[in-house]
Design a binder for this molecule. Structure first.
Ligand code: KMH
Ligand code: ZN
Length: 279
């Protein structure tokens, strides 16, 4: 048996809409329900964004608080990871609104890039500011790496002591404007890692499952979910995040990688146990 695999579910993101797939959740209750369903299928971590009722992206604390409360209210112990990336065009102050009580991890986006036809701005001073806030809150950062140069920023943050272990790396591959999703690119990125830490891959669109399979075979972890991909297979819309997680779980089984429970994921990623759990 291989090492336990952590499946993260990115349940909603900021870009996808119900026009693309009617299963995209919008309200805090819908997002929380989707997260709980994903957890039931084997997701150990949920990557959270929020939306207004009409689907516009929100980084408002009240929305994140409601999502967190609903997930815990449903009895789920899934690891809660809040996005500080938010949506293109948001200020850093807005983006930081997601870091509410109960969050355990937060994303740290490691550079500016074209994001489709828009520009996702992450200057080095802003990255440092977000990294400091994540640390002040006692959260474990997940570094989002979309391109090879972002590993240099990771190295730079480590050298300055702005980023310290534990942290996790998520390679997000296949964003139009970022590094393409493929084996050669992933192997190149892995060779460029400044130190051995746990890593995961999120393949965008049709790359989701091939990249998950590759990551599992190389000893990494995986991210799936409607934020990244709306389809279960070619031309077949996913009925929800749970279907994407179920497919990732199937791939993990085929790769001989048992799924990590949320508490096992906490141990692997260096998170503290959630406040309510006994020692
Ligand atoms: N919505 C993207 C522009 C993150 O969650 O930290 C950024 C994003 C990354 O989704
Ligand atoms: Zn995100």
């Amino acid at each position: 048996m291989g090492e336990k695999a952590i499946v993260t579910c990115a349940v909603v993101g900021a870009e996808v809409t119900r026009e693309g797939n009617p299963a995209v959740p919008y309200t805090p209750a819908e997002i929380a329900r989707a997260a709980v369903e994903a957890w039931r299928e084997g997701a150990a971590v949920v990557h959270l964004h929020a939306r207004f009722e009409d689907g516009r992206p929100s980084q408002e604390g009240r929305h994140f608080r409601e999502i967190v409360d609903c997930i815990r209210g449903a009895g789920s112990d899934v690891v809660l990871q809040c996005s500080t990336g938010g949506a293109v065009g948001m200020t850093v102050d807005e983006r930081l609104g997601s870091l509410v009580a109960g969050a355990e991890m937060a994303t740290l986006n490691l550079g500016t890039m074209n994001f489709g036809d828009e520009v996702f701005l992450n200057s080095r001073p802003d990255i440092v500011r977000i990294a400091r806030r994540i640390r002040e809150r006692g959260l474990v950062p997940e570094c989002e790496v979309y391109d090879a140069g972002m590993l240099e920023t990771l190295r730079w943050l480590l050298a300055r002591g702005e980023l310290v272990r534990p942290y996790h790396v998520q390679f997000v591959l296949g964003v139009p404007g970022g590094m393409g999703a493929g084996e050669r690119n992933l192997r190149f990125l892995l060779e460029g890692m400044p130190e051995a830490v746990h890593w995961s891959v999120a393949g965008i669109g049709r790359h989701e499952f091939p990249m998950a399979e590759l990551a599992l075979s190389l000893g990494g972890h995986v991210r799936v979910g409607l934020e990244d991909n709306l389809y279960l297979s070619r031309g077949v819309l996913a009925k929800g995040n749970h279907e994407l997680v179920a497919e990732a779980a199937r791939l993990a089984g085929r790769a001989g990688r048992p799924l990590a429970s949320p508490d096992e994921a906490r141990r692997i990623l260096g998170l503290s146990p959630p406040p309510s759990s006994s020692p």
